[in-house]
Design a protein around this ligand. Structure first.
Ligand code: HT9
Ligand code: FE2
Length: 333
């Protein structure tokens, strides 16, 4: 039995005005060998939305929803929020927690999978923030939750709803494309990341779209050209579907917890425009966001970790629950 005196929400961070865009992109890509042209292109995506990423507001909304859920279930813990790449920065939040007398917190990161970008890098951020703050609390990162029912059930519901929005005559034979952020083939944990995505996509497909063709695809590729990244890219996949005579597609952003910029631009603008050009009927399924089932998962993850190793750890699909403390394959710093 471990007792926690706070929950810490850890996220990516995003710009909140045009003047934030370039400094934010520089924070994200520092030391990462991302070409200048790619940064300029991504900056344009943010400028289309007034230089504001939706992600910080998602975190404010999620924090408020967790607080309300805690209050409704008698969990009397403060909820803090800190980001990797933008204000409020994780180190500042950890300093505030120390000032408030917090001794041991559980951390929930807004990324559901194993692998370096989704898990190990956040674990490293937490370790660095703690190292920078004298008297920092202990911080236990909650387990990877890609197959927790609280993450999966909202996707099952959203996939069904997206299919229902397609024209009735095309719905029955619609293709379902599960989409996730690509990562370099050389990234630590890449195999595990892809295996988790494939496993849970198969589960959602079977539950929400039995008998439909489906495929796991990738989006938002970055990095220098010539460097291999996970494929197929969603754009190439849409072209292939069209060439094979498919007339309707549902895109399920299975790799993402909320409608941040990768969803709002790369799917809702770029992929949707390509589908329109190809004459493919296109619907994009909702992400968990502040779905009540997703919000209650945070409380459940905290409760199971508090209860200790014998507490049941629910998991859908075939891979089983991830251990509380991940193995080295996530590329933890
Ligand atoms: C696996 C993965 C997730 C999913 C897990 C998770 O959710 O954490 C994710 C999420 C996100 N990625 C985001 C934004 C960006 N990612 C970039 C760059 C990169 N992402 C990568 C991977 C991932 N990224 C990688 C391997 C790179 C190359 C550089 C590097 O190795 O780090 C760049 C630089 C420009 C570009 O190259 O695109 C930006 C601006 C935002 C915020 C969106 C918003 O503002 O709403 C979110 C949630
Ligand atoms: Fe990990």
């Amino acid at each position: 039995m471990t007792s926690y005196d706070a929950l810490l929400l850890v996220s990516f961070g995003g710009p909140e005005g045009p003047q934030d865009v370039m400094p934010f992109l520089e924070n994200v890509t520092r030391g990462r060998n991302v070409p200048r042209e790619r940064l300029e292109k991504v900056a344009e995506h943010y400028h289309l939305f007034g230089g504001v990423s939706p992600i910080n507001q998602h975190c404010r909304d999620l924090k408020a929803a967790i607080e309300a859920d805690f209050a409704a279930h008698g969990v009397d813990l403060p909820v803090y929020w800190g980001n990797r790449n933008w204000d409020p920065y994780l180190t500042d939040t950890v300093r505030q927690m120390a000032d408030d007398g917090i001794r041991r917190a559980a951390a929930f990161v807004t990324s559901a999978y194993s692998g370096f970008s989704s898990c190990g890098q956040y674990a490293g951020d937490i370790a660095r923030a703690r190292a920078a703050v004298p008297g920092a609390p202990e911080i236990d990162k909650l387990r990877v939750y890609f197959n927790h029912p609280g993450f999966v059930e909202p996707f099952v519901e959203a996939t069904r709803a997206a299919l229902d929005r397609l024209p009735e005559d095309l719905r029955g034979r619609a293709h379902v494309a599960f989409s996730a952020h690509s990562v370099p083939m050389a990234q630590p944990g890449r195999e595990r990341y892809a295996a988790e995505l494939a496993d849970i996509s198969a589960h959602v497909a079977a539950q929400a779209a039995p008998g439909h063709d489906w495929r796991l695809v990738y989006q938002s590729r970055s990095g220098p050209p010539g460097q291999p990244w996970l494929e197929p890219d969603i754009g190439d996949h849409l072209e292939e579907l069209h060439a094979a005579g498919t007339r309707a597609v549902v895109v399920v952003p299975i790799g993402f917890v909320s409608d941040h910029m990768e969803v709002k631009y790369d799917l809702d603008v770029e992929a949707a425009e390509l589908a329109a050009k190809l004459g493919l009927a296109y619907e994009r399924a909702a992400t968990p966001g502040t779905h009540p089932r997703y919000v209650s998962m945070v409380r459940e993850l905290l409760a199971e970790r508090t209860a200790g190793p014998d507490a049941p750890r629910p998991a859908l699909g075939t891979l089983g629950a991830r251990p509380d403390v991940c193995p080295a394959e996530c590329g933890h710093a």
